[in-house]
Design a protein around this ligand. Structure first.
Ligand code: GLA
Length: 387
């Protein structure tokens, strides 16, 4: 959005004066789903859409929050920064992030006025919440000169999600939103947070995001249930093998030990995670060696594993992926993000993109009654100051 429009809106809300602006992106994950909270690998990239945050420090004993997207402004006293608001209040995302600064011992002797404006489609599984947390972390760190590094800001943003939104998410979304680089995906080891930026400039191929417009909701409890099931698998495997998380066991080791997991559902959940971690490292190698067909096959296998073993896809995502895969020129297609609705990500030859959007749009509507939206992804920059 235009700077002038945002600044005007800020001044209308809070009055004349200096304003600083920050931006953090949403993300799309190319492969490596539900592996992050298992100490596995992920391969996300930052998008060019995301969340703007405008801020002005004040002499007031409170922070004020308002948004151009969502109704409901809040004023929160400096002595209440570490206390969540009612469940479902959007302000919990920026507030929860500021709370992490307080918990680290950052003392706020005065507050600030904050205005949010986001263009990540909400509920699309493209991390609008991480974008909001990370933009808050980046802005507060800069404005209050707290000197915290970006990886730490990503971790604080993740904690905000745990403590103020109740979702026990992994680090992927916040890391991608903070650390993303233009035209690169991030190959991240979620156990050690070591990462490598891998160029994603694909000759004649586009990354196409398909929004099912079936809102995904992470606080539905099903996400946290998956986290618990993975822990149950680790607990069952531990007497046999010394692991801290499912990232510590290879596919071969898992195949020979899986019988000790007596619960069949838990076993399938673990199988997804262990095989997905392998698919992710294989996919990154394939990309680096220019074997894009293999990358696509691994994306397809990832979706099928999320569908049958992890059971986080659902009718809309499966329908869209099925229809996309019928289009000639599609190299691979899968769900992206937490699942239970949200978006798909596909690698598509340039010449097939228009046909895909039209044909899949029609077929998807016929089968689900929902209107899909498609975006040709541009890979953008992680959280930063814009003015
Ligand atoms: C959500 C979470 C991430 C990750 C994905 C699934 O986006 O926020 O931490 O677990 O789901 O890969």
């Amino acid at each position: 959005m235009e700077k002038d429009i945002l600044v005007k809106a800020f001044i209308e809300t809070y009055g004349e004066g200096e304003v600083a602006g920050y931006f953090s992106p949403g993300r799309v994950n190319l492969i490596g789903e539900h592996t992050d909270y298992n100490g596995g690998f992920v391969f996300p990239c930052a998008l060019t859409f995301g969340t703007f945050l405008l801020i002005r420090k004040t002499n007031n004993p409170f922070f004020r929050f308002s948004s151009l997207n969502i109704r409901g402004s809040e004023s929160v006293g400096l002595d209440k920064l570490a206390i969540p608001l009612a469940k479902g209040n959007w302000v919990n995302y920026p507030l929860g992030t500021i709370a992490q600064f307080v918990k680290r011992g950052v003392g706020f002797s005065s507050g600030a006025d904050i205005l949010i404006s986001g263009n990540v489609p909400g509920g699309a599984g493209l991390s609008s919440s991480a974008a909001l947390e990370v933009v808050t972390a980046v802005a507060i760190n800069d404005q209050f000169a707290t000197g915290i590094g970006k990886v730490e800001l990503a971790k604080m943003s993740q904690k905000a999600e745990h403590e103020f939104a109740g979702v026990n998410c992994g680090i992927m979304d916040q890391f991608a939103s903070a650390m993303g680089e233009k035209d690169h995906a991030i190959f991240l080891n979620c156990d050690t947070l070591e990462y490598e930026l891998v160029p994603v400039k694909l000759e004649g191929i586009k990354v196409v995001i398909g929004n099912t417009n079936s809102p995904h909701s992470l606080d539905s409890g099903q996400y946290n249930e998956r986290v618990r099931q993975c822990q149950a698998a680790v607990d069952a495997l531990k007497p046999q093998i010394d692991i801290a998380n499912l990232g510590g066991i290879s596919v071969d080791q898992f195949t020979s030990l899986q019988h000790v997991i007596s619960d069949e559902v838990v076993r399938r959940r673990a199988r997804h995670v262990v095989t997905e971690i392998k698919r992710t490292t294989d996919a990154v190698s394939a990309l680096k060696s220019g074997n894009i067909e293999l990358f696509g096959q691994l994306m397809n296998a990832s979706h099928d594993s999320l569908r049958y073993d992890y059971e986080v896809t659902g009718f809309e995502l499966d329908t869209m992926v099925e229809e996309i895969r019928k289009i000639g020129g599609v190299i691979g297609s899968r769900m992206t993000g937490g699942g239970f609705g949200g978006s798909t990500v596909s690698l598509v030859r340039d010449s097939a993109v228009d046909n895909l959007i039209e044909t899949v749009g029609k077929k998807y509507f016929q089968r689900t009654g929902l209107k899909a939206e498609f975006y040709v992804a541009e890979i953008g920059q992680g959280g930063h100051r814009v003015f």
